[in-house]
Design a protein. Structure first.
Ligand SMILES: Cc1ncc(COP(=O)(O)O)c(C=O)c1O
Length: 224
């Protein structure tokens, strides 16, 4: 079973109890869990995302430098957990490619070695602070223009229902595109995403401000 919390696209988080239930099911029904956890560090205020391996070590967890160190262009991921599963993964992977370039691996090792305690090291917490400011700005601004949206506790995404009066994610997105704003329609993630859109906090606050002004035009323009 593949699980991903904190979740892309919804920003949903998993409690330790939820992970325990998943691990208990895995034991009862004899399956393994791949816990895809690239947003483990993108947590806000005092929220800490649990690792599945804190609960049960018979599974694997994967993470990625793209998110943890904001090294999106240097694609490097890693897996930790059960020895036999890792060994199988290693065997398969060695037949697929010849590995991530060594200079990237060295940079990632340096980054991971910054973890000296349970706390996020400064090189990571400084990045997360930037995303937290963007999250706070975006969610407040959306609420200010009448688009009720909650703050996610984690991830670099803001997942929200389409504004009142809109009935279809894609149609709403098209109106925004005409104003030069691109969001991801919830349906891009599957049929259950209908009625939702996903914002990515990957732009600086100045750009988000501009986007909000244009969104305001689309959802409130006629009323003003
Ligand atoms: C849930 C999840 N897993 C994995 C990845 C892949 O990360 P990368 O290929 O950049 O290492 C992403 C990237 O968006 C993601 O959202």
């Amino acid at each position: 079973m593949y699980l991903n919390y904190p979740n892309n696209p919804t920003g949903a988080i998993a409690t330790k109890e939820f992970l325990k239930e998943a691990a208990d099911n895995a034991e009862d029904y004899n399956f393994i869990i791949v816990y895809d956890n690239p947003y483990s560090e993108y947590t806000y205020e005092d929220y800490v995302a649990p690792s599945l391996l804190q609960i049960d070590q018979n599974h694997i967890e994967i993470n990625s430098s793209s998110k943890m160190f904001c090294m999106t262009g240097f694609r490097c991921g890693w897996a930790v957990g059960d020895k036999d599963i890792i060994s199988g993964l290693r065997k398969v992977k060695s037949h697929i490619d010849s590995g991530c370039p060594v200079f990237i691996q060295k940079a990632v090792i340096k980054g991971l070695n910054e973890y000296k305690s349970g706390e996020k090291p400064i090189i990571v917490s400084d990045i997360v602070k930037i995303y937290e400011k963007r999250r706070d700005f975006l969610v407040k601004s959306l609420n200010d223009i009448g688009w009720n949206t909650d703050k996610p506790k984690a991830t670099l995404y803001v997942w929200t229902h389409i504004p009142e009066g809109e009935t279809n994610s894609m149609e709403f997105i098209k109106k925004l595109i005409n104003e030069g704003v691109v969001l991801t329609p919830g349906t891009g993630f599957g049929t259950y995403g209908e009625g939702f859109v996903r914002f990515a906090l990957t732009q600086p606050i100045e750009k988000l401000k501009e986007a909000i002004e244009r969104i305001d035009l689309v959802i409130n323009g006629k009323k003003k």
